[in-house]
Design a protein around this ligand. Structure first.
Ligand code: SAH
Length: 249
C-alpha cells in the first residue's frame, strides 16, 4: 500500500467523541505523529510507531510526517478537537507549501473532529445558536494588538465568542486584558461560560456574569464562551441552560 497523510481530530477528550472515520484511519496507520499528550491518546499496538513531540515543534513534525509518507508510511497526524481549528492541518499545509515538490504528489486528507467550542457549547446548552466568532487568545504566533482589535470589534458587533488558549502560566496577563476589554464594551450582566476539560473526568462547567468573572477561572484546559447581548440563562433545579436565540428582532 502506498503512503498517505491523514490529519485527524481526536475530539475534546472522550473516546466516544472520536468519529468512526478517525478511528478507522488510526487503525490503518503505521505511524502517528503529534504533541505528546495527543499521541498518548492513541493506544499502542503492534505495527504502529508513535512519535510524540513538543508543543512548539509543529513545522518540524509536519515535515517529518510528509517525509515518512513519501517513504510509503501511512501517517496519522493527530490534534485534539478538530485538526483545522488552531491545530496541525494548517501547520502541515505551511510545511507543504514551503517544502519539497515531491510532497505535493502525496495523498493528504483532513478528517474533522469535534472542536472544543462545540463540545463546550453542547454541555452548556446552545450559546452559539446565533452568529458567533472564535479567537485564539495566545499571542505566540500573532501580536497582542491584533487580538485586542479583533476582540473589541467582535464585542462591538455583538457576536457570541469562543476563546481558545485563554490563559497559561507563561501568558498570565492576556486573559486579564481580555476581561478588561470586554468590560469596556459589554454590560456586567453578560453571560460567560468557563468550560474546562470537557468530556474528561475533570470536566467542569461554570456559568457566571462578566461582572463576576475573574482571570483565574480560565487555564489552558478551558474553553471560554462569552454570550452576545441576547444570550439567556434558563435557571432550573439542575445546571442552568445557556442559549442564544436564533433571531434578532
Ligand atoms: N484543535 C483544538 C484546539 C487546540 S487549541 C480543537 O479544535 O478543540 C487548545 C485549546 O483548546 C485549549 O487551550 C482550550 O482552550 C481548548 N480545549 C481543547 N480541549 C478542550 C477540552 N476538552 N475542554 C475545554 N477546552 C478545550
Amino acid at each position: 500500500m502506498s503512503g498517505w497523510v491523514k490529519i485527524v481530530g481526536l475530539g475534546p477528550g472522550a473516546d466516544s467523541m472520536i468519529t468512526p472515520e478517525v478511528t478507522a484511519a488510526l487503525a490503518e496507520a503505521t505511524d502517528v505523529v503529534g504533541y505528546v499528550p495527543y499521541v498518548n491518546r492513541v493506544a499502542p499496538r503492534e505495527g504502529l510507531t508513535r512519535h510524540g513531540s513538543d508543543n512548539r515543534e509543529e513545522i518540524r513534525r509536519a515535515e517529518a510526517a510528509l517525509d515518512m509518507a513519501c517513504e510509503g508510511k501511512r501517517v496519522a497526524v493527530v490534534s485534539s478537537g478538530d485538526p483545522g481549528v488552531f491545530a496541525m492541518a494548517a501547520a502541515v499545509f505551511e510545511a507543504l507549501e514551503a517544502g519539497k515538490p515531491a510532497w505535493r504528489a502525496l495523498d493528504i486528507q483532513v478528517l474533522p473532529g469535534i472542536s472544543a467550542m462545540l463540545a463546550a457549547s453542547a454541555r452548556a446548552g446552545a450559546p452559539l445558536g446565533h452568529d458567533f466568532c472564535c479567537i485564539n487568545l495566545s499571542d505566540n504566533l500573532k501580536p497582542w494588538a491584533l487580538i485586542e482589535k479583533r476582540l473589541r470589534l467582535a464585542a462591538i458587533a455583538d457576536f457570541a465568542m469562543a476563546f481558545y488558549n485563554p490563559r497559561s502560566t507563561s501568558r498570565p496577563i492576556g486573559f486579564e486584558r481580555t476581561l478588561d476589554v470586554l468590560r469596556e464594551e459589554c454590560e456586567p450582566e453578560r453571560v460567560i461560560i468557563f468550560a474546562r476539560a470537557v468530556s474528561t473526568p475533570e470536566e467542569s462547567i461554570r456559568v457566571v456574569t462578566l461582572g463576576d468573572a475573574t482571570p483565574e477561572m480560565a487555564d489552558m484546559r478551558t474553553l471560554v464562551i462569552v454570550g452576545s447581548s441576547l444570550t439567556r440563562v434558563i435557571e432550573r433545579a439542575a445546571a442552568p441552560l445557556v442559549y442564544t436565540p436564533r433571531s434578532v428582532a
